[in-house]
Design a protein around this ligand. Structure first.
Ligand code: NOJ
Length: 553
């Protein structure tokens, strides 16, 4: 085995070690009863997050938006969409979170706006060559009459990456670039006005008291000069994680933007933080996002994408600690979010399922739910023993699986529409979460309305049921978060241990952590005193798909 000891990069800022809980506002708690979650709903449930023990919450977008991509299409960056409440509701939620010692990170979407944003509407009217069009990526088409798109790029959501506009005089005109849906035009980040506008948006939310930003598509904002043709690798993960040298992902110029923003945040007290959503093919590239003068965190997507395989997991953990440690940053571990199949299902898939594809009634390789849940719990028990920060996604603390049987007519992800149903997309991880087994919409609201249908079998995962069950996933998460904090696992040194090919094993101080990814029980030997087990078992043989923390006499 190579290096035996690996340490977290030193530093005492909160974000280096924090456990951060992602709230997907549409699906967390719905105070208005219209079937879509909202800010007052979040405020009403903060006590349950305090009990869970998380240090911070990250809210997916709640700003004004036509909701063509569930809020990742922002029409006004400085206001709250009426679906979610008002700015006053936001301030109240923030104050209540802070009163409980919970920090708040908001989502910033700087790669693109909604086509309903006033700037884009002005650009449509202003015409070719105008300063209004220069804020976005407008180009003339190819072909004799400009009838062909400016290049061959393909949208992450399927179809082409260009949309042709009709000019004010009614003739077919220029084309604009959209990495995502046609209703999400990309900004031109070489434009000074765009840069100034986003500094001002950052200050707007910092002045209100937010503790940081999760930066959407942080690897997409700058495109290669000349916009050269590029065809994506077949079956690649949709957000770019599996491809090298893509002209719209990971261009060097993005780093100047983050250096600039780093300085904006540094004007404020309290260690405000930027966390990048950057899907990049290697850890070495991912670590560039968190050099000392850039972002503070970036999601460790190579870790998230690692299958349930001991050797691959050991490698990715080792490389993560090296790569992030090498630039003085923490690794930001994550297993689930609103764009990937929930990890209590994903880790037991038996067929390829690239990120963004989703699972639906006709998918192949569906997971066994029992195996999935065991692996999901084991994976989290391992993750929360690692040095660095960790993000959790709402519902994973209940052990929620992916919702795999959403009827077609309820689907809302633009991926589903842009691929004509070829890819299910991400609705399956976005279903409103269950709070009470015997209540309308499982306590998501009191009307029973739900923007995506909740599977009937989710009653067993309801928070009130799990609160009563000592062996529930909820109680496991509570225990893990508390123990992680008590033992200071977010920081410090990890010493690798050898428990055979099928195990991931290391020591944190006097606590041994072993995950058994093999099919056979793993004998841990004499004198074992368990601290926590990802699922209950007797004796000292660690069952398959199980992680334990223990001391040895
Ligand atoms: C990444 C977000 O997480 C995803 O949900 C969204 O569709 C795209 N960026 C576009 O904003």
């Amino acid at each position: 085995m190579a290096q035996l000891e690996q340490s977290a990069a030193p530093g005492s800022e909160w974000w280096r070690t924090a456990v951060i809980y992602q709230i997907y506002p549409r699906s967390f708690a719905d105070a208005s009863g219209d079937g879509i979650g909202d800010l007052p709903g979040i405020t009403s449930r903060l006590d349950s997050l305090k009990e869970l023990g998380v240090d911070a919450i990250w809210l997916s977008p709640f700003m004004t938006s036509p909701q063509r991509d569930a809020g990742y299409d922002v029409a006004d960056y400085r206001d709250v969409d009426p679906l979610f409440g008002t700015l006053a509701d936001f301030d109240e939620m923030l104050a209540q979170a802070h009163a409980r010692g919970i920090r708040v990170i908001v989502d910033l979407v700087p790669n693109h706006s909604s086509d309903q944003h006033s700037w884009f509407q002005e650009a449509l009217k202003a015409g070719s060559g105008s300063k209004e069009r220069a804020r976005y990526v407008f180009r003339d088409g190819r072909g004799e009459n400009g009838e062909l798109p400016p290049n061959n790029w393909e949208s992450v959501f399927g179809g082409g990456m260009w949309e042709r506009v009709t000019e004010a005089d009614g003739t077919p005109g220029q084309w604009y670039l959209h990495i995502f849906d046609a209703t999400q035009p990309d900004f031109d980040w070489t434009n000074e006005e765009v840069k100034e506008e986003f500094r001002s948006i950052l200050r707007f939310w910092l002045d209100r008291g937010v503790d940081g930003f999760r930066v959407d598509v942080a690897h997409g904002m700058v495109k290669e000069a000349g916009l050269p043709d590029y065809a994506p690798v077949a079956d690649a993960d949709s957000m770019g994680g599996g491809e090298e040298n893509v002209p719209y992902w990971g261009q060097d110029g993005v780093h100047d933007i983050y250096r600039d923003w780093h300085n904006v945040l540094a004007e404020y007290d309290g260690d405000r933080a930027l966390c990048g959503e950057a899907w990049l093919p290697t850890l070495a590239q991912t670590a560039l996002w968190v050099r000392p003068d850039e972002m503070h965190q970036t999601f460790n997507f190579p870790y998230l994408m690692t299958p349930w395989d001991a050797e691959k997991l050991r490698d990715v953990i080792r490389q993560s600690l090296d790569a992030f440690g090498g630039v003085g940053a923490p690794s930001t571990w994550v297993l689930s979010n609103h764009d990937v199949v929930r990890h209590a299902s994903r880790l037991a898939l038996t067929a390829e399922n690239p990120q963004g594809e989703g699972i639906g009634p006709k998918s192949e390789g569906k997971p066994d739910p029992v195996v999935g849940l065991a692996r999901g719990r084991a994976a989290t028990t391992l993750m929360l023993a690692l040095p660095g920060s960790a993000y959790l996604y709402q519902g994973e603390e209940l052990g929620l699986p992916e919702a795999m049987d959403i009827p077609d007519e309820f689907r809302q992800d633009p991926t589903w529409f842009r691929t004509n149903g070829e890819r299910y997309g991400r609705d399956g991880c976005r279903v409103p979460i269950p709070w009470q087994a015997d209540a309308p919409a499982f306590g998501f609201n009191d009307t029973g309305a739900s923007w995506l249908p909740q599977p009937a079998e989710w009653a067993q995962f309801a928070r009130d049921v799990e609160e009563q069950d000592a062996a529930s996933t909820l109680n496991l998460y509570k225990q893990l978060i508390r123990l992680r904090s008590e033992h200071g696992f977010g920081n410090g040194t990890l010493v690798w241990e050898d428990q055979g090919q099928d195990a991931v094993a290391f020591r944190r101080g006097d606590i041994h952590v072993v995950a058994n990814l093999g099919a056979q029980p793993l004998e841990l030997g004499e004198g074992v005193e368990f601290v926590v087990q990802s699922q209950p078992f007797d004796g000292t043989a660690l069952p398959a798909d199980t992680t334990a923390w223990f001391r040895k006499a």
